[in-house]
Design a protein around this ligand. Structure first.
Ligand code: TYD
Length: 219
């Protein structure tokens, strides 16, 4: 039941803008869509986000970081995502467990199988139906963030090399599960990117059996 779409990409890839545009389009089409983000999306998860992004917490150990992301995720899945999917809704999530695999796994070099087990526990095995990767070169992503007026956070302090590993990680994840992932060039014109994403998602939704989703109000 329902349909879970996640957006992934390096920092500065424009995910948040694009997911919002998709959300608005789905609503216009009459779909029951819900937009959320990671880490965050519930009161508890937003508090954990505050801890993770606090510039005073530079000493945070990578294992502590994983468990905090996973705790925020577990709460979001149980409190928000599963109930919406169970009601036949579409959930759009700005980042999900692939961010943990890309950042903590490929980025920090933590064991991917261990991360997958932690993730499986946190989400009770809830996988996205579709994952959109907004891909761009790590240097371009960091440059965009710095000039975009976005608040600099603790995570942005990591070296460029880290972001390059993250990007390579995303590409590897996408290549390993091509039926779930669709990769877009994040540097293309914003309106064209939005149109491409909307076209893809609307086509996928149209293929679903009628019972999978609350049908659009206009249908
Ligand atoms: P955020 O301010 O949401 O940035 P963005 O707009 O790039 O999504 O910060 C999220 C940061 O947290 C981002 O640098 C990626 C990182 N992150 C992880 O390292 N692991 C995770 O599991 C998640 C969900 C995010």
């Amino acid at each position: 039941m329902g349909f879970l779409i996640t957006f992934e990409g390096p920092d500065g890839s424009g995910k948040s803008t694009q997911i919002k545009r998709l959300y608005e389009r789905l609503q216009t089409q009459g779909y029951d869509a819900y937009l959320t983000r990671e880490p965050g999306g519930t009161a508890i998860s937003e508090e954990i986000r505050g801890l993770l992004h606090d510039l005073n917490h530079r000493e945070m150990a990578p294992r502590a970081e994983i468990l905090l992301y996973s705790a925020a995720r577990a709460q979001l899945v149980q409190q928000v995502i599963r109930p919406h999917l169970a009601a036949g809704g579409i959930v759009l999530c700005d980042r999900y467990y692939d961010s943990t695999l890309a950042y903590q796994g490929y980025g920090h070099g933590l064991d991917l199988d261990t991360l997958r087990r932690i993730t499986e526990f946190a989400t009770e095995g809830l996988r996205p139906d579709l994952t959109l990767l907004l891909d761009l070169d790590a240097a371009a992503g960091l440059a965009r963030r710095q000039t975009g007026g976005v608040e600099w956070n603790r995570l942005d302090d990591y070296a460029l090399a880290f972001h390059q590993r993250v990007r390579a990680g995303y590409l590897a994840l996408a290549a390993a599960e091509p039926q779930r992932w669709v990769t877009f060039d994040a540097l293309q014109d914003k309106a064209e990117l939005a149109a491409g994403i909307q076209q893809l998602v609307l086509a996928r939704l149209a293929q679903l059996p009628a019972a999978a989703l609350t049908q659009p109000q206009s249908a």
